[in-house]
Design a binder for this molecule. Structure first.
Ligand SMILES: NC(=O)c1ccc[n+]([C@@H]2O[C@H](COP(=O)([O-])OP(=O)(O)OC[C@H]3O[C@@H](n4cnc5c(N)ncnc54)[C@H](OP(=O)(O)O)[C@@H]3O)[C@@H](O)[C@H]2O)c1
Length: 259
């Protein structure tokens, strides 16, 4: 197999949580361009329909499922639906998550903390457990957890430390499950993006326009990432090209964590 062929995903099916917009949508595009069929998950039906419509010309099978992954129970329900109607899944991208609340720790209600830890961490655990188990049975699988550089460092000028906590835990989960599943053909890796221009960040920048400049100032490359710059890394981790890599955390941040 030549080196380019090792990046091909023909005959594989990838499920991407939060695949309708933002980084998930960009990774969906890249995985489909490399040959994968897709199952996209999000809450908003029109956004999913739009993504499916835009991806269809690539000639892959693209399905979508509406689900809210805020609770572990809802994530379990989604996985049962996926296994019944859309399996087998070869590539799982646990992408759903976000900071959502800019609350100081001393003001954070327990319920908010739990909800956001569940969104960022428990959803990934549930999908890994339920969609990973059939991968183990087949002896091949790829799990890609979308963490954040906030799992390694605290972002300045914003609160909501559930986010740093959950992303650090997601990296710990990645490494531990990777060790357990390494002999069984399923790799588990994590990506730590820095700041990318998605709707989630546009909302923070609308609330506080100087925040964008503050962030850019902290990035050696002087700019936020474009979502499509994440696609090739997702293809690498999803493909036979990364066969000997597991438990890794790949940082893609324009140099943010260098200073
Ligand atoms: N953007 C960045 O700079 C950055 C940096 C580091 C890490 N990350 C991580 O990358 C991931 C994606 O971030 P993003 O910026 O692309 O987010 P985004 O623009 O907010 O997109 C999120 C996607 O997730 C879906 N989604 C949101 N809440 C959901 C829920 N409760 N249940 C199911 N689907 C849900 C959205 O669709 P619906 O709204 O229709 O549900 C959309 O498809 C997150 O884990 C984030 O923490 C992002």
């Amino acid at each position: 197999m030549n080196v380019w062929e090792r990046f091909r995903l023909d005959g594989r099916r990838a499920l991407i949580t939060g695949g309708s917009r933002g980084l998930g949508r960009a990774m969906a595009q890249a995985l489909a361009e490399a040959g994968a069929d897709l199952v996209l998950v999000g809450r908003d039906e029109p956004s999913l329909v739009k993504a499916v419509h835009e991806l269809n010309p690539l000639g892959r099978r693209v399905d979508s499922l509406c689900a809210d992954l805020t609770t572990g129970e809802e994530a379990e329900h989604l996985c049962r639906q996926v296994l019944a109607q859309h399996g087998p899944i070869d590539i799982l991208v646990n992408n759903v998550g976000g900071r959502r609340e800019n609350l100081a720790t001393e003001a954070m209600p327990l319920e908010t903390w739990r909800r956001l830890i569940d969104l960022n961490l428990t959803s990934a655990y549930v999908c890994t457990r339920m969609l990973g188990e059939p991968m183990l049975q087949r002896g091949w699988g790829r799990i890609i957890n979308i963490a954040s550089i906030c799992g390694q460092i605290a972002t300045r000028n914003i609160h909501g430390r559930h986010y740093e906590t959950a992303k650090a835990a997601l990296v710990g989960f990645t490494r531990a499950v990777a060790a357990d599943w390494a002999p069984r053909g399923v790799t588990v890796n994590a990506i730590a993006p820095g700041g990318f221009l998605t709707d989630a960040n546009r909302r923070w920048f609308q609330e506080r326009p100087e925040f964008q400049h503050e962030i850019e100032h902290l990035i050696p490359m002087g700019r936020l990432g474009e979502p499509d710059e994440l696609g090739p890394l997702a293809v690498y981790l999803a493909s036979p090209a990364s066969a000997y890599m597991t438990g890794a955390l790949l940082v893609i941040d324009g140099g943010y964590t260098l200073w």
